[in-house]
Design a protein around this ligand. Structure first.
Ligand SMILES: [Zn+2]
Length: 432
């Protein structure tokens, strides 16, 4: 057991705009009691302190804001050395950088070393759960699952399945790929905090037969998730039209193979036709907004208001290595700018709700992660809005909590993360 003390903030429902105080619970001096990895109790320090055993260690993060750990619902584990690759749009970027790098993950030692780096980097950025694409090699997913399990970190992992339009080293014939996926599901899905995601990279790299088999796999295991890419880039969409001439749209291809649904995370969703928006809404699929990636790869602007108004579920993610930062704070800052370019606003409350509660809901894990509440895992991020001279200087004139949050998301990054707790255990060396 341990007690963690500071200023506590957790979201209860989606803010209806800036200043919506009904959307969150804030305790100016609060305590979280963690036991066996989960939150046992939470409340004001003056009420809870008296109930705690005298010998219980209390970690006091004076002045800092303690929130549920961030959730990153779209990130590529094998792209930690692809991030910051110059000058290409999606299809060229895949061929020139990604497919080359991903072939190295056939080597279990390479996968294991990168898994440790990946999880360290997530923790440094306050991210406690991620939904990660691995390579085609089962060894890559295996390495990430095993490393996450050791840390008791809840990860959702899938091996990217491809059988065409890629280098031979990443292609597997359909029966092998499906057998690999089924084997990973049986061994890892529901083992400790680990979960599996069926992962067609995108429809360009799988034949009809493989997409059908992946759809069947999703049906066979009703609690596994599904992740893929959709309507990211115009050349990608033109290729889809060539490969699937009889389907009315890109989204309709996934629908035909049973790959849409409430457990389906659709990365990007930028260039959607109206019928595709309706299809996403009707199937309760999640549109995953990846702003740093969309800007860096030059894909386009995610139309948040259009999808939100249509009733499409939305999540926010980094998409490293197309994305340029592991930090969900940097990601929120770029989301804000993408929306500004379309005369839309992203209030700080809405951004932090997205990074925590709403992203957990997108994964079907609301109540388990993304909240400071009894019963939830004690996955927490401790944030310091005065972490840099520029932030501290700006904070001198911040008038309220919402302004502090906006400073954090606009100026903050890993330097603003003072500590990250995973299942109640500190994940970072305390900084001097
Ligand atoms: Zn991606």
């Amino acid at each position: 057991m341990r007690a963690i003390r500071g200023r506590l903030l957790t979201f209860l429902l989606a803010p209806r705009g800036a200043g919506d105080a009904q959307s969150y619970r804030y305790i100016d001096d609060g305590i979280i009691v963690a036991k066996d990895g989960r939150i046992e109790a939470v409340g004001p320090a003056d009420e809870l302190t008296a109930q705690l055993p005298a010998d219980m260690p209390v970690e006091h993060h004076a002045g800092a804001l303690i929130m549920p750990g961030f959730i990153d619902p779209h990130i590529h584990f094998p792209q930690t050395q692809v991030i910051a690759s110059y000058g290409a749009q999606l299809l060229e970027w895949l061929e020139k950088y990604t497919f080359v790098e991903e072939q190295k993950f056939a080597d279990p030692a390479h996968s294991a070393r990168n898994a440790e780096f990946f999880l360290d980097e997530l923790a440094r950025n306050g991210t406690t759960t991620a939904v990660a694409y691995c390579t085609a090699h089962p060894a890559s997913a295996e390495a990430l699952f095993a490393a996450a399990q050791k840390r008791n970190a809840g990860m959702i992992v899938g091996n990217s399945v491809m059988n065409r339009n890629g280098p031979p080293g990443l292609l597997a014939p359909a029966p092998t790929a499906i057998a690999d996926s089924r084997d990973l599901i049986r061994r890892w899905h529901g083992s400790g905090r680990q979960r599996y995601a069926v992962t067609p990279r995108f429809a360009i790299t799988s034949t009809d037969q493989q997409l059908a088999e992946l759809g069947a796999l999703l049906k066979e295991f009703p609690t596994v998730l599904m992740q893929t890419h959709l309507d990211e880039n115009l050349n990608e969409i033109a290729t889809i039209k060539r490969l699937f001439p009889n389907d009315p749209s890109y989204t309709a291809v996934y629908a035909r193979f049973g790959l849409l649904g409430p457990r389906s995370l659709m990365g990007h969703c930028i260039h959607l036709e109206d019928a595709e928006v309706a299809l996403l809404r009707d199937t309760q699929s999640v549109a995953v907004f990846c702003p740093t990636s969309n800007l860096f790869i030059g894909s386009g602007l995610f139309d948040y208001e259009r999808l939100n108004a249509a009733g499409v579920r939305i999540a926010l993610a980094t998409d490293v290595g197309g994305g340029t930062s592991y930090s969900m704070l940097r990601t929120a800052a770029e989301a804000y700018k993408v929306m500004q370019l379309q005369s839309q606003n992203l209030p700080a409350l809405a951004a932090f709700d997205l990074m925590t509660r709403r992203n957990s809901a997108a994964l079907g894990l609301e109540g388990e992660i993304g909240a400071i509440a009894p019963g939830a895992f004690a996955d927490l991020v401790v944030l310091d809005a005065r972490a840099t001279p520029a932030m501290a200087h700006r904070m001198e004139v911040a008038r309220n909590l919402e302004e502090e949050l906006f400073v954090l998301m606009t100026l903050g990054d890993d330097r603003a993360v003072r500590q990250t707790y995973i299942a109640g255990e500190p994940a970072l060396e305390v900084r001097a």
